[in-house]
Design a protein around this ligand. Sequence first.
Ligand SMILES: C=CC1=C(C)c2cc3[nH]c(cc4nc(cc5[nH]c(cc1n2)c(C)c5CCC(=O)O)C(CCC(=O)O)=C4C)c(C)c3C=C
Ligand SMILES: [Fe+2]
Ligand SMILES: [Fe+2]
Length: 366
Amino acid sequence: MTFVDTLDYRHDNPECLGILLVNLGTPDTPSVPDVRRYLAEFLSDPRVVEMARLPWMLLLHGVILRTRPARSAKAYQSIWTPEGSPLLEISRRQKTALQDLLSQWFGGPVRVALAMRYGNPSVAAGLAELKAANARRVLVLPLYPQYSATTVGSVFDAVTDELRRWRWLPELRFINQYHDEPAYITAVAASIRAHWAEHGQAERLLFSFHGIPKEYFEKGDPYHCQCQKTARLIAAELDLPSDRWLLSFQSRLGKSEWLQPYTDATLEALGAQGIKSIQVISPGFSVDCLETLEEMSIENRHLFLEAGGESYSYIPCLNDNPDHMQMLADLIHRHCSGWPEVQGPAVDAAGLAERADRARHMGAKA
Ligand SMILES: C=CC1=C(C)c2cc3[nH]c(cc4nc(cc5[nH]c(cc1n2)c(C)c5CCC(=O)O)C(CCC(=O)O)=C4C)c(C)c3C=C
Ligand SMILES: [Fe+2]
Ligand SMILES: [Fe+2]
């Protein structure tokens, strides 16, 4: 076994705190070969598809990777921007904003790196960036508000698989979820209120979360419960009565049953029941991506309008808005408590409260 070494080790190398942000990942380009490469990595992950390996690999390589990439590439092409994939581009902006905030907040040097669970920049590259900065302590933040083994569990696997190869391990902490963080709930509720202020309130508000196979939930994945709680807390923060909002699960893949109710069927049913206006939001995604910009914003709009609905609006993810960045910086700050770089003159409670006020003010203007 050869390990990843630290050949430039010196006693007086300055240390820093490392923050590794990890999101799902995206193809390098929306071309069919790049989408196929990305899907092959994604769908080979046993956290994502738990089927027995041999039959699944035969099905994946024999059927799915011959058909799905063309369809998915078309969907990616419809959302691709001059800067590239929205998921990666917005994640980069989040990284820059968090680097700025945390550099001000922490008493010592801090380095924020961005990684994608599948595709690029890889988890190994993100960890290598932190290693090059001599991060002796690393906090991993998977950018998923709700825990699922398919997402957060898989980030843990990727991080630990890479670190198993290192000679000198950093101290490691791992954020598991933030589905009921008060500042997260408040930030999502504020984005809904801002949408209402501009466009008025629809008859229904639909919270749509990415689905997972129902079997995973039955085996103890807490994702379903955390989605329910997120939605309930946001509705409570908005004083929205229970008959005005609904929760559903989107993006089902394959033939097995996933978490119900499904978003597409819910929208069709609402249209058929005579509901004319709906606003939809996806509080399970940290940034806008294929699943929100194409599926929620374009495809599902057609379903609702064809079913008799008249007005459909998609409320964007929090992305890099200041409330969101403030909330994530605060989450990181708390999870780093006790580590040497966190102490020091840069942070005290009054300073933090003042910064929170400033960020809220910026958010109100944005
Ligand atoms: C087979 C299984 C899948 C499971 C389980 C799953 C869970 C899951 N995914 C997200 C977040 C995202 N998924 C995205 C795209 C995407 N998801 C799957 C499959 C599963 N996801 C596929 C095959 C794809 C690729 C696109 C396609 O071919 O349909 C994305 C968007 C990526 C982008 O580039 O924009 C996100 C984000 C969560 C949160 C989750 C479980 C909780
Ligand atoms: Fe997915
Ligand atoms: Fe539940």
